[in-house]
Design a protein around this ligand. Structure first.
Ligand SMILES: Nc1ncnc2c1ncn2[C@@H]1O[C@H](COP(=O)(O)OP(=O)(O)OP(=O)(O)O)[C@@H](O)[C@H]1O
Ligand SMILES: [Mg+2]
Length: 270
């Protein structure tokens, strides 16, 4: 371990920070419930459909996209976009850049360029997939036009798959009368559920093990408290578990108990 390694990692003999967000795509925690969401998403894209994926903040939606990317290697051109706050013009500019076209001046020129390009890709047997993260932030005028992007159906199947990912509010918004045309084009609508108490246990132990630590570092009471304090949202679990481990190391404790988790949850908020 290098001299710059934080002391708490050395205290628990971790080889890396256990709850770091830079986990590799192929090392993601995939219980069967989550794998099922990934499988449905992959299948939908293979069938050239459009997809909606919603879930609470920090629950693991972007990581699901990373797992999907890992599965869709050949025959797909994936473009990931997480700047959904753009106005319509800039949004189409970005769509152009994303699929490798020079941006066009007018919306009509963009539609023409994009449609020609996706047909070329189809001839090359490459299916473009536009992954639009944080889609709850989309401006209404972009949403109003999204059905045009999803309307390349001359070949009976769409030539471009759109995957919209966002908070549960996105689903509510898309169900409004104004967005009904687009809503009906989203063939597959998936929701990522909060982790159950047993999922939190499995997740924490999985990540401890991957970092070379003892899987029983948290007592079962501590894990129950961690679940309660995080609402089963993985990013909150990461944050609280890291705070608890650091606090335990400062106190030279070998394990984390319920009181310690309660203490960091009260100190660091939810
Ligand atoms: N399958 C997973 N395996 C391992 N860690 C995960 C997994 N899913 C989520 N995490 C952890 O939880 C954190 C939050 O996940 P992610 O960024 O995917 O959530 P999100 O639902 O996209 O959040 P937001 O709504 O804020 O965009 C990640 O940084 C990672 O540490
Ligand atoms: Mg995200």
């Amino acid at each position: 371990m290098s001299p710059n390694t934080p002391r708490w990692l050395g205290h628990f003999r971790f080889t890396e920070p256990p709850f770091d967000k830079s986990i590799d795509d192929d090392a993601l925690w995939m219980p069967s419930s989550r794998q099922h969401v990934v499988d449905q998403l992959v299948e939908a894209v293979q069938e050239r459909q459009h997809v909606l994926l919603t879930g609470e903040p920090g629950i693991g939606k972007t990581c699901v996209l990373r797992a999907v990317r890992h599965c869709l290697q050949q025959g797909f051109r994936l473009t990931y976009c997480h700047n959904a706050t753009l106005g319509r013009r800039d949004f189409y500019r970005q769509l152009c850049l994303a699929i490798g076209l020079s941006p066009k001046a007018t919306a009509a020129a963009v539609f023409y360029a994009v449609s020609t390009h996706v047909q070329e890709l189809a001839r090359e047997q490459v299916h473009p997939v536009f992954l639009l993260d944080e889609a709850h932030l989309l401006h209404q005028d972009v949403l109003d036009h999204l059905h045009i992007v999803t309307n390349y159906e001359w070949d009976r199947a769409p030539l471009l798959s759109l995957v919209l990912v966002g908070l549960p509010d996105l689903r509510d918004r898309l169900q409004l009368r104004r967005n009904r045309s687009f809503w009906t084009r989203l063939h597959v609508r998936l929701a990522l559920a909060d982790a159950l108490p047993e999922d939190t246990v499995e997740y924490v132990q999985y990540r401890l093990k991957r970092a070379g630590g003892d899987v029983d570092l948290f007592s079962s009471d501590a894990l129950a408290m961690l679940h309660e304090a995080s609402d089963g949202h993985l990013r909150s679990i990461d944050r609280l578990a890291t705070m608890a481990l650091k606090a335990a190391a400062r106190r030279k404790l070998k394990r984390v108990d319920r009181e310690l988790v309660q203490h960091v949850a009260a100190e660091g908020g939810r």
